[in-house]
Design a protein around this ligand. Sequence first.
Ligand code: FMN
Length: 191
Amino acid sequence: MDAREALFHRRSIRKYKSDPISREDLVDILEAGICAPSAINLQHWYFVAVTSPEEREKMMGIMGKVFGKFQPVLQERFAKNPEVIEETKQFLTGFGNAPVCVLAFLLKDDYPDRDGAIQSVSAAIENILLAATAKGIGSCWLTAPQRMGFGPLLRETFAPDKGEFVAAITLGYSADESKMPPRRDGRYVIV
Ligand SMILES: Cc1cc2nc3c(=O)[nH]c(=O)nc-3n(C[C@H](O)[C@H](O)[C@H](O)COP(=O)(O)O)c2cc1C
């Protein structure tokens, strides 16, 4: 799959088959992440790929708490679509059965240009999603844990000597038929 195909085919996947991802593929996907551009080439990223049953259990314990805090927000937003709340619960509390969850952190705490650092890590995350897509591996970028205030706990648990937690990325073979949510018009101009 070429780059254009990968970026037009990528979808957020929230249900996965239990088939594992090979170590070779996982390393290749992480290497694609660290090939991203970064503000003044500081390469502000640090990734923890959670795969073992023990580490996954720790992660799921935290995600259960994330869902508990997120539930009232979802109930208000999706009052008329309870199925969305149930789907989100399944995804957040079990990562939709994804065999791998990559946690993205800033490498250090004291970047003077925090916005630049976050944008650099975001570029690396997108590279990860596209590299996974090119291998036929599904993914989903999640900021719910950070938004619900669990960044510090994730950092303490998985990367205590690194910087701020930015996002999680699930990886696995898709068991989902998800379609692209329609893109809105008027979001670019050529001048
Ligand atoms: C910064 C960011 C944060 C996101 N956080 C979540 C999340 O916490 N939970 C989730 O299910 N999806 C999350 N998503 C995925 C979006 O919901 C998804 O990209 C959007 O609905 C468009 O669908 P698509 O990725 O299939 O094109 C996030 C995406 C981005 C870029």
